[in-house]
Design a protein around this ligand. Sequence first.
Ligand SMILES: [Ca+2]
Length: 149
Amino acid sequence: MKINKLVISLTTTFALLVGSQSAFAATVYDKEPNDYHDAAQFLGYGDLAMGKISSENDHDWFYFQAGANDGGRTMTLHLQSPANTKYLFVINKNYGEPVPVTVLSQGSGNPEWVSFTLEANARYNFVVFKSSFSGYDPNNYYYLSPWLY
Ligand SMILES: [Ca+2]
């Protein structure tokens, strides 16, 4: 009886540790403070970030860590803002290096949506903030989703 419980407990722990980047897509809620590089929240494959812009200058940092075998793969990043707001994101690499992107959004008023090519072992930072032309909605979520091909 005791041994069975231990086995179950260890199996669960192992699954949480190993599966966190792939098997279990998660919803990651924006948690302050996250307004700078070192406080960025981790996003794994297929994870969905949900956050709220809660002040004029709120910046929400997230990051994705490319693995050794991820070089050359295409990632898309999609942002859906709350109704009647226009939020933007910036993507940079490691400690702020530029990342060339292809814009997939079409026309104005559509979600922000880009694709870019990963370099192996690079860290990709995604920063969500509000456009200077937009208000913000502290009560409703934006949705940020990186997807890897
Ligand atoms: Ca923030």
